[in-house]
Write a protein that binds this ligand. Structure first.
Ligand code: PA5
Length: 448
């Protein structure tokens, strides 16, 4: 069996009272049982749990075929989506892609761009300018099919695609990923005859990266979605309730972070030492933030990219308020090898690094930082990943998802809803005068 990701907790547990983590075992196992038996709050959104082990080869082939059509007919693919309909795909694509590939003229993969995740007029203007004269296609992703940010971008992009490429080609290079029946994205896809994929009813947005929401864009970017799913399926087995508490990484992570929270550590900072993992941080923030931040409770999920942010947030982490803990995603092996060269003059004084790999310096920065932060009173966990490939990322995704479900139940919230997200939308629609919001518009006017 391939190497599994490893969780190290000792440098976090040392900050807790003896036995604090072990004491949570019965509640963790009860949470696992509730998830498995679908007796927990939010039990109509548990479709993600056995998703990896249930994805068929035929379905992977269908996704790869849709990706082939897009890849053959497009030099650029715009993925329109927000939140759970966006972050997972971007996290995986950026973790795997050569970050400079899109600047290369004869690259073999299409450029993947993202839209519908903000309402920046300049962003949309610059994007549509960039797309002029390009052979671009669109993957329109929205479970509800009505999300304003995504719908707005899609309206602009679809029009441009039809004008630039003609109606027939546009129908070939626009793909929808949405609900089976509801929403404007479904209506448009059916009317125009776009290829479409269904987001299962029982999978919430932030748990949907292993559905076509994530898999289609990732396949379009040229990555092996079968290996991604295989990694997730192996982690599904590794985090199952039958796996003993001490050996179950999702149960351990959920237990340690909840024990830290109970001990006053209110903010968790997810740390990476690879710029490629920036969007994995963003995906994780959404997963934990939307799942746990409710009922006046929840660990605040923050994230930093080290060593970059050691030069901005490092001071705060080392010496600021002691209410934080860190979880470091550490990648054992880089994909490429680079050695520091000899320099006769040694003006920079760096000859002591001659012949060493760049990654060795990075690893010593990581170790040195961990020691310093632990000395400074910051509990530290490490999630050790062998390398950044599809298989390992699949494991990482499922590990965090499973732990999130358990952790939310330990916190005694419904980890699978997000009622708070509606508040801004209601005000925005009222302010924009959306039909049906007349009462809200009147109420809001009085407050202004
Ligand atoms: O996790 C969630 O449920 C949200 O972040 C949604 O994914 C996000 O709001 C986008 O919704 P939709 O896919 O309906 O456009």
């Amino acid at each position: 069996m391939s190497k599994m990701i490893r969780l190290e907790t000792s440098k976090a547990v040392q900050f807790l009272a003896a036995g604090a983590v072990e004491a949570l075992e019965p509640r963790v196992k009860a949470a696992q049982k509730a998830l498995e038996e679908a007796t927990c709050p939010g039990n109509d959104f548990l479709g993600w749990m056995h998703l990896p082990s249930s994805i068929s080869k035929a379905f992977i082939a269908e996704l790869n075929e849709a990706a082939r059509v897009l890849r053959e007919n497009c030099d650029t693919i715009v993925v329109a989506g927000i939140g759970g309909s966006y972050l997972g795909a971007r996290a995986v694509i950026e973790a795997l892609a050569n970050g400079f590939d899109w600047l290369v003229a004869d690259r073999k993969n299409p450029v993947i761009l993202f839209a519908g995740n903000n309402i920046g007029e300049d962003y949309l203007y610059e994007l549509t300018e960039y797309l002029k004269n390009r052979r671009f296609g669109i993957i329109n992703i929205s479970k509800s099919g009505t999300t304003t940010e995504t719908a707005l971008a899609f309206r602009l992009l679809r029009k441009q695609c039809e004008e630039q490429r003609g109606i027939e080609m546009a129908r070939k290079v626009i793909v929808a990923v949405t609900d089976a029946k509801r929403g404007a994205a479904r209506t448009t896809a059916d009317k125009e005859g776009y290829k479409s994929f269904i987001i299962p009813d029982n999978v919430g947005g932030r748990f949907s990266v292993l559905t076509p929401v994530g898999l289609l864009p990732i396949a379009c970017a040229g990555f092996d979605i079968e290996a991604l799913v295989a990694g997730a399926a192996d982690m599904e087995r590794q985090t199952a309730p039958e796996v003993p508490f001490a050996e179950n990484p999702a149960e351990q992570y959920a237990a340690v972070r909840n024990a830290l929270y109970a001990a006053g550590k209110k903010t968790e900072i997810l740390v990476n030492y690879q710029p490629k993992l920036h969007y994995m941080n963003e995906w994780w923030k959404q997963l934990y933030g939307e799942s746990e931040g409710k009922d006046g409770k929840g660990i605040f999920p923050a994230a930093v990219d080290f060593t970059t942010d050691l030069h901005s947030m490092g001071q705060w982490i080392q010496e600021g308020e002691r209410t934080i803990f860190e979880t470091v995603v550490s990648v054992e092996q880089p994909c490429h090898k680079m050695l520091f060269p000899h320099d006769e003059e040694n003006l920079d004084g760096l000859n002591f690094l001659e012949g060493k790999r760049v990654d060795e310096v990075n690893k010593m920065a990581e170790l040195g930082t961990q020691l310093a932060h632990v000395d400074g009173g910051v509990p530290n966990m490490r999630v050790v990943v062998e390398k950044l490939d599809e298989y390992n990322l699949g494991q990482l995704i499922y590990f965090f998802e499973r732990a999130c479900g358990i952790s939310g139940l330990l916190l005694e919230v419904n980890p699978f809803n997000q009622p708070g997200v509606e508040a801004y939308k209601k005000n925005m629609f009222a302010l924009l005068g959306k039909p049906g919001y007349e009462a809200e518009t009147e109420a809001i006017q009085k407050r202004l």
